[in-house]
Design a protein around this ligand. Structure first.
Ligand SMILES: [Zn+2]
Length: 302
């Protein structure tokens, strides 16, 4: 059984790269096929993953090692992430197709959110879409509205995501700055699940899209987007807060006070009262404003 190892962080990122770097491309291409063929994969627990990969023990070993990686501690309680609820406890968001900022067509696979969050997410999307429509300049292309890039991810699915990101950045150390270790991600919390939103297309037509997703998904694009403005306004009243907010002491830093990268697209559901309290008591609006001010100053002095 792997579960008892989840809390044991015993593998350095460097060791991980030494063991697995040579094989990662092949493993990831196999896992991409598996992901495309199993749309419920984000909700799979250990048993389902073991059945699915029964003839690929090498991949199971590699996944297990992602659980063992030593990385920044996001401060989440690992206890709550070991339970993967049955699929009936989730609502599926259907697959969508869209045009990326590079003009190519992409599809986002089916995503899952816990049933108790779906209604709040629906209300949040409606409010944000109204905001976006209202604030889109006359003549500008119509925006597709708030889109969920990532919802619930079981710890096993998180491990699969981690492998892809390690290959993308070329090292486990760098990947750990972008993705939380399996068993510690807020996306794997079935009660207080985090949702990632995305921005499709860009208004200035300057930035290069992520070649894989076609998304304008770097931090600056997102924080300058109307989608982010809408989330700041309507997130808390619908139960969502911004856990990886900018560091008020170092507004231009990439890191949030948690030690995780500042992630304007990552909103965690904690309920209306708690979300409002956290946004206020941690002075998150002030931190966002301080960062905007610092960015505007640094652009003007260049
Ligand atoms: Zn996230």
């Amino acid at each position: 059984m792997f579960e008892h190892r989840w809390g044991q962080k015993s593998l350095t990122p460097e060791d991980f790269d030494t063991f697995h770097a040579g094989k990662l491309a092949e493993i990831n291409s196999y896992l991409t096929q598996v992901t495309n063929q199993n749309q419920e994969l984000p909700c799979y627990g250990e048993e389902e993953i073991r059945t699915l990969l029964a003839n690929r023990t090498d991949i199971l070993d590699t996944l297990r090692d992602t659980f063992r990686l030593i990385g920044p501690d996001p401060g989440n309680d690992p206890e709550v992430f070991t339970h993967v609820p049955p699929i009936e406890r989730f609502t599926s968001l259907p697959e969508i197709s869209y045009k990326g900022a590079d003009g190519n067509n992409y599809r986002r696979l089916v995503k899952y959110v816990p049933v108790h969050i779906a209604e709040h997410l629906h209300d949040l999307s409606n409010s944000c879409n109204e905001y976006i429509t209202l604030h889109t300049p006359a003549g500008a292309p119509k925006r597709p509205g708030l889109i969920v890039q990532s919802g619930y991810r079981s710890p096993w699915y998180q491990a699969i995501v981690m492998l892809r990101v390690i290959e993308q950045y070329g090292s486990a150390n760098e990947a750990l700055r972008h993705v939380t270790i399996s068993g510690q991600s807020q996306h794997s919390d079935p009660k207080k699940t985090a949702i990632d939103f995305m921005v499709i297309g860009n208004l200035e037509g300057k930035r290069t899209a992520n070649p894989e997703s076609g998304l304008m998904d770097d931090t600056l694009s997102f924080e300058n987007s109307m989608e982010f403005g809408a989330l700041l306004l309507h997130g808390p009243e619908n139960g969502f807060w911004l856990p990886y907010y900018p560091d008020p002491k170092a507004p231009l830093s990439d890191l949030s006070p948690s030690g995780i990268k500042f992630e304007p697209w990552h909103w965690q559901f904690v309920g209306r009262e708690k979300a409002t309290e956290l946004m206020t008591e941690l002075h998150i609006y002030e931190a966002v404003a301080a960062r905007r001010e610092a960015i505007s100053l640094s652009t003007h002095t260049q």
